[in-house]
Design a protein around this ligand. Structure first.
Ligand code: DQQ
Length: 573
């Protein structure tokens, strides 16, 4: 079903304009006058997360160089040690045994040589066949050019990888008049993969004019890199490609494979973070190793057909292969939706989404994402409902859990699709979700959850489904409506949405939401679509937050499953 088309250009320009007007941090602007402002760190902190990763204070953005090494997961991330806005960027470092509880270590990579003296930006780790790691990252050099540098551990026998040495040959890849690379559009090297010819390859994000590109470099020794004549892939009109990621997935298997793996059942995924749109897009296709080219499958001709990992706030993501559990893990940054003034006041900005296992759906047409099962050990006080009918117009409270910090799974069975509202012409699902928000009654839906709701319902984040009939078939709209998430209207309250490729006559509509004080991370259709929302309730905080199941459609639906848990606090720095 061609339900994945995205026509966001117009709405995006509107939203971006709107956000800038409100001074919402739509992205990481360089607020130079504020860069060394000491965060005011208000003691009233209802929005700090209980189990989503964040450091104790200050600004964070992209996850960098994730890897598993000597039994520990390593997460590096873009961090401003001096304040709650973007700037002074270093690689902060935390380690974990389970991807849930994290221990902070000293910063790992920070400006120290001419090739990175103005900042250490995003990059990736590669683990060599002898088991030792190396990191390629973007340095901002003494002339403010973007260049690529190499660092390796000072002591590879230290499982904590505390100290990193930068090689004296840095930078290893640099813009020059001979290669025509624009020095402000050349960043974020990927994990390297090894070809059958014994040469490693990496991608570096780039643009020329408005054409986004994944530049390809090859090397024999990881020090001398040669730019290939052609990029691995490029697409007109997509703007700067940040944080590219390129990895193999297996057809008809949930197992992950190493980034260098090649074989009969291998498909490849190319993900790019589009600077112009601030969303992560991916394409599925074939990697032609002989020509070093990526050939997207026929469904992915242009940006309108690219898919997204997450239809809410989620950017600059990166995957790595977890060799212990033979899975590929996806990490991503969920930026704030609050104003810069509010971020400075709370003394921090940015969290990471829950690490997700990622694999190719058996249709081969899209990826599936699911929170790593380790997160389930934080579950406490389980509640479970018997199957029940949720009548038209009904609202039921889910009691017995701490609704501000919870994990909820619910499934709905709907019937009578011939009565569903007819969608005459194709519409951008995000626009459709904002036109038909949770408060707009329908026939089959809206039904779903009201998360982080106040007792009087003045505040709530509604995550829901609505079933349409489009070209004589049921079409599922999956939305996250933030328009009533806070009485404070000085936040980005954009409603998010996507179509979900599920046939409701064969499958119940499932939703799982990880609710964590200022984030509602929702997985629809068993992980076929994900929407992450950042919200700042003023009433629905701490013990005041409530959770409801609702059906504002005029047809009954059946709740075939409802399981919910309070979530214990994780050690997140
Ligand atoms: N963030 C980094 C860049 C990257 C961007 C700078 C993406 O390397 O392109 O903090 O969020």
């Amino acid at each position: 079903m061609a339900v994945s088309s995205i026509h966001v250009l117009a709405i995006f320009s509107f939203v971006l304009g709107h956000c800038l007007f409100l001074n919402i941090e739509a992205t990481h602007h360089a607020y130079r006058n504020l860069q060394s402002t000491v965060s005011s760190s208000s003691s009233n902190q209802p929005y700090r997360t209980g189990f989503h990763f964040q450091p104790s204070k200050n600004w964070i953005n992209d996850p960098n160089g994730p890897m598993r090494y000597k039994g520990l997961y390593h997460l590096f991330y873009q961090y401003n040690p001096k304040g709650a806005i973007w700037g002074n960027i270093v690689w902060a470092h935390s380690v974990s045994k389970d991807l849930v509880n994290w221990t902070p270590l000293d910063k790992a990579i920070y400006p120290s040589q001419p090739s990175d003296i103005n900042g250490c930006w995003s990059g990736s780790a590669t683990i060599f066949p002898d088991g030792k790691p190396a990191i390629l990252y973007t340095g901002i050099d003494q002339n403010n050019n973007q260049v690529q540098n190499l660092a390796y551990p000072k002591n590879a026998s230290d499982p904590y990888l505390r100290e990193w040495i930068k090689i004296p040959q840095n930078p290893l890849m640099a813009p020059a008049s001979s290669n025509g690379i624009n020095s402000s559009s050349f960043r974020d090297p990927t994990t390297a993969w090894l070809g059958k010819d014994g040469h490693y390859r990496v991608l570096v994000g780039n643009k020329r004019d408005t054409t986004g590109k994944a530049l390809l470099y090859r090397t024999k020794d990881f020090v001398h890199w040669v730019k290939a004549k052609h990029p691995l892939y490029s697409a007109k009109g997509t703007g700067m490609w940040e944080c590219p990621d390129f990895f193999p997935v297996l057809s008809k298997s949930m197992f992950g494979v190493d980034t260098s793996f090649d074989g009969p059942y291998v498909r490849h995924v190319l993900k790019v973070s589009l600077d112009d749109k601030k969303h992560d897009y991916y394409l599925i296709g074939t990697y032609d190793a002989k020509k070093d080219k990526f050939i997207p499958d026929s469904g992915f001709q242009n940006l309108d057909s690219f898919l997204r990992y997450d239809y809410g706030k989620y950017y600059a993501s990166k995957t790595f292969f977890d060799d212990a559990k033979k899975r590929r893990i996806l990490l991503g940054w969920a930026n704030e939706s609050s104003s810069v003034a509010d971020d400075l006041n709370k003394g921090w900005s940015g969290i990471h989404a829950i690490p997700r296992a990622i694999w190719l759906h058996k249709s081969g047409k899209q990826l599936v994402q699911w929170p790593v099962p380790e997160i389930e050990k934080l579950r406490a006080k389980p509640i479970s409902w018997p199957i029940k009918v949720l009548k038209a117009g009904q609202l039921l409270q889910v009691t017995g859990i701490t609704a501000a910090q919870a994990d909820v799974e619910v499934s709905f069975e709907a019937k009578g699709f011939e009565k569903a509202e007819v969608l005459d012409y194709w519409m951008d699902p995000q626009v459709l979700c904002s036109k038909k928000g949770a408060a707009v009654k329908g026939e089959l839906g809206p039904f779903g959850l009201l998360a982080l709701a106040s007792k009087d319902l003045k505040e709530n984040t509604a995550v829901f489904f609505r079933i349409f009939r489009y070209q004589h078939k049921p079409l599922i709209l999956f939305c996250s409506d933030q328009s009533r998430s806070s009485l404070n209207k000085n936040n980005d309250l954009t409603t998010y949405g996507t179509f979900l490729d599920v046939d409701p006559s064969h499958e119940n509509l499932s939703l799982r939401s990880l609710i964590d004080r200022s984030v509602v991370e929702s997985f629809g259709g068993e992980g076929k679509a994900v929407i992450t929302a950042r919200v700042y309730p003023t009433l629905a905080i701490n013990d005041e937050a409530q959770l409801y199941v609702f059906n504002y459609g005029s047809a009954n639906v059946k709740i075939t499953r409802l399981n919910a848990w309070s979530m214990k606090k994780a050690q997140i720095n």
